[in-house]
Design a protein around this ligand. Structure first.
Ligand SMILES: [Fe+2]
Length: 308
């Protein structure tokens, strides 16, 4: 039996979610474009590791008139000059939420892009033990010939510096915190993310980076007494906000049962994996958005020996 709670409920196709928050695109924008065309959210947020193959505003051209686009960067956005330039050199570069709070669709959304790198700062240590408190301090320590484009190394443009973290910490309150790194409830998460969320007073933390859909409360990794709800979002997947606690928008139970019949313990993995026959959306999201008939016929085809 597949637990309905493990899926991200989406509003019915007739109702517009306010914000869709997408897991790391890694160069594939088809799921985001398809979801925006289908659900017409007021705004979207990309959770980093964007790695656009063309400038981001060109990749997202089909939806720029349909929704407001926001993002944070991830560690892979500084892997190459192309990754860097297609994000920071794009016409959407000013939509980076990193280190600030912006009102989006009526919610104050705080962003922390990038990752912690211990060569700069391990947030388990006090700031005074950080090797460099800011990008500027690092730059000043470098000889001219060591610099990249007269600044810090490209790689460290996706490193979280203590000054940026602390400035955001002092900028609250906010309603939602989007991060690339995970909060402490994740095995590779950070207590510093929880501290930031609690200081800002957010009710929701959503992160990318680990390529997993996780509802921390449903998975028992967080208690109902926690000061905020936390979710991880996988590549090709998204979280709709406001969250529908009733699960009204989730796929029908008979479809979940059919998936469990066809795939057994792999049902959840199949439901949460983007599928090319569904415009790159996950079967769970597609079914929840009113497309359960198509998902059901795919499952039937697989059950009877076809491929889908
Ligand atoms: Fe990442």
């Amino acid at each position: 039996m597949v637990s309905q709670k493990q899926l991200f409920p989406l509003p019915p196709a007739s109702a517009s979610p306010e914000i869709l928050i997408f897991g790391d695109p890694h160069g594939d924008f088809a799921p985001a474009i398809a979801a925006v065309e289908r659900f017409r959210p007021l705004a979207i947020v990309l959770l980093g590791d964007i790695q656009a193959r063309q400038p981001l505003h060109i990749e997202l051209q089909p939806i720029l008139a349909l929704t407001e686009v926001w993002f944070i960067h991830g560690n892979h956005d500084t892997d190459s000059d192309t990754d860097y330039d297609n994000l920071w050199g794009s016409e959407l570069a000013d939509r980076n939420l990193h280190g600030r709070i912006v009102e989006i669709a009526g919610y104050k959304v705080a962003g922390l892009g990038g990752i912690f790198r211990s060569k700069i700062w391990d947030p388990r240590q006090p700031v005074k033990e950080a090797a460099f408190v800011s990008a500027d301090a690092l730059r000043r320590s470098m000889r001219r010939e060591e610099r990249w484009r007269d600044g810090i190394a490209r790689r460290h443009r996706s490193t979280i510096f203590p000054d940026d973290f602390q400035q955001l910490l002092r900028s609250g309150p906010a309603n939602i915190l989007v991060t690339h790194e995970a909060p402490a409830a994740h095995p590779y998460g950070w207590r510093a993310i929880d501290e930031l969320a609690e200081t800002l007073g957010v009710q929701l933390v959503v992160h990318g980076h680990h390529h997993q859909n996780i509802d921390y409360l449903a998975e028992g990794m967080q208690t109902a007494a926690a000061p905020f709800r936390a979710f991880g979002v996988d590549m090709g997947s998204h979280l709709a906000w406001p969250w529908d606690e009733t699960g009204m928008g989730s796929p029908p139970q008979d479809l979940l049962n059919l998936a469990a019949q066809v795939f057994g313990v792999e049902a959840q993995a199949w439901l949460n994996k983007p599928h090319e026959l569904l415009d790159g959306q996950t079967p769970a999201a597609f079914a929840a958005g009113g497309g359960s008939e198509k998902v059901r016929s795919m499952l039937n085809a697989i059950q009877h020996g076809g491929v889908a």
